[in-house]
Design a protein around this ligand. Structure first.
Ligand code: GLN
Length: 470
């Protein structure tokens, strides 16, 4: 029986989730046949169907970043990570829906929003508009990947985490999401959002699958100079881990216990602490990360600055959307860029470009950019102190404050950022590995996830702790 065929059926049956920007069903069926007739390679990923967030380039295939700007863009080359997955025998089934250019927390793209699979337990309306009041956001920005894994379309999907975009939707959809240390996974061919924060990573329904996928792609790449130049030591799966049971010291950041964290989500956090303490294998200590309250502001400013610079390439000349509404006698280059962007970029994206350029103005540079870099350094040092001086093995923290809102509610709101970012951006500001995992269901039937955050480059240690907890 064809696995790819069953995925096609599932995706079509649950079209309302809108998990894909476009599919690669035909080539996936062909690849599946080819792999069946070939000698099996011994990768754990051989023959595994996989979905790719639509900000990773795949040669000759649409790579849209879920934006009208790139609606017709076919990548001229394949990203390192996707190529390595293919080399391991993965079958690429499609590209997943996301927030436009990975900016956001709701996977609300130019091609419609991703819906949270857990909404499907509710009664559906018959038309799209009414359904927006029944369906909930899947989190973002890698919501298509998270929803597809949670809905069991595939067992592994690729995403990217710049400020929480893997951990947030993983928590909202009820699957595992792993953002490795910055510099472990190549960003070559992943369309840049914020160079110094972007981290590719995976979604899965168990930790071993995250490890198989990460092991297949991690390590040096001549095309990405920001990678750690050391050879990558493969992460150990559950069966390879030593049975040694050293007591684990886990930090609970006081600064994450914010007023907007709902009672129910706080209880989930505290209950897990209780449960784990009772096993005798874990000890919990309160820790301070004093720069946390500034981290959202610093993230907002620094990300906007890098976005402003990265998005300069979308001028409608080199590639992507190009306005047809040109007055040859009158329009300047700036006019063409303006029209092109007005027609093809969403409000959130244009807002971030504008904000970034504002922060980078000569008179603002010191006040915003430089000040935010100081906060970033503070966040790095806060974590260093906790891990090195306080001897904490990892942190346990919430990922979001409360259950997801409906698509209709999200559409009415105009916020680009959310309080939830506060939990996730710290790991990006400091480049740390972090894993979000499902814990239990809320009273309204939505998954509640929590995250573990570890010291820089201690991905193995973090995942070993996760194996003991989950
Ligand atoms: N909410 C964050 C933002 O919009 C997340 C981005 C991300 O991780 N891709 O910048």
């Amino acid at each position: 029986p064809s696995t790819v065929r069953s995925i096609i059926n599932a995706v079509q049956r649950y079209k309302v989730l809108n998990t894909l920007t476009h599919d690669c069903f035909e080539t996936a069926l062909e690849t599946e046949q080819q792999l069946l007739s070939q000698k099996k390679n011994n990768s754990a990923l051989n023959g595994r169907p996989i979905l790719i967030k639509d900000n990773f380039c795949l040669r000759d295939t649409l790579t849209t970043c879920a934006s009208k700007m790139l609606a017709n863009f076919r990548a001229p080359y394949t990203s390192t990570i996707v190529q390595r997955l293919i080399d391991h025998g993965c079958i690429i089934v499609g590209k997943t829906n996301m927030d436009e250019f990975a900016m956001g927390i709701a996977s609300w793209s130019s091609f419609g929003p991703v819906a949270n699979p857990w909404s499907l337990t509710k009664t559906m309306a018959t038309n799209e508009e009414d359904n927006k009041t029944v369906l909930h956001i899947a989190g973002g920005s890698s919501g298509g990947s998270a929803a597809a894994v949670a809905a069991n379309f595939v067992s592994i999907a690729l995403g990217s985490d710049t400020g929480g975009s893997i951990r947030n939707p993983a928590a909202r959809c009820g699957c595992y999401g792993f953002k490795p240390s910055y510099g472990l996974l190549s960003r070559y061919g992943m369309i840049t959002l914020v160079n110094s924060f972007d981290s590719p990573g995976f979604f899965a329904r168990n930790i071993d699958d995250l490890i198989y996928a990460t092991n297949a792609v991690a390590g040096p790449d001549n095309e990405d100079a920001t990678l750690i130049p050391k050879p990558f030591k493969p992460l150990k799966t559950s069966t390879e881990l030593s049975k040694e049971k050293r007591k684990i010291i886990i930090g609970l950041p006081d600064d994450y216990d914010i007023g907007t964290l709902s009672t129910e989500y706080r209880s989930c956090w505290h209950d897990l602490v209780h449960q784990l303490t009772e096993t005798g294998e874990f000890e919990f200590r309160r820790v301070q990360l004093p720069h946390t309250s500034y981290s959202n502001a610093a993230y907002t400013i620094l990300s906007a600055c890098e976005i402003a610079s990265n998005m300069a390439r979308y001028d409608g000349i080199k590639y992507g959307h190009h306005t047809k509404n040109i007055d040859k006698n009158k329009d300047t280059y700036e006019d063409i860029v303006t029209k092109t962007r007005d027609e093809s970029l969403g409000e959130r994206v244009r807002g971030r470009i504008l904000a970034g350029n504002y922060y980078l103005l000569q008179e603002n540079y010191e006040k915003y950019f430089v000040q935010s870099q100081r906060v970033r350094r503070g966040v790095v040092n806060d974590h260093k102190k906790v891990f090195e001086e306080d001897k904490i093995d990892c942190l346990l923290a919430p990922v979001v404050c409360d259950d997801p809102i409906t698509l209709a509610e999200y559409q009415k709101s105009d916020h680009i950022f959310s309080e939830d970012d506060l939990f996730t951006v710290g790991a990006n500001l400091a480049g740390l590995p972090a894993l979000s995992f499902p814990v239990r269901l809320s009273s309204k039937g939505f998954p509640i996830g929590l995250q573990l955050v570890g010291p820089f480059m201690q991905d193995q240690a973090l995942l070993s702790i996760a194996q003991r907890i989950c």
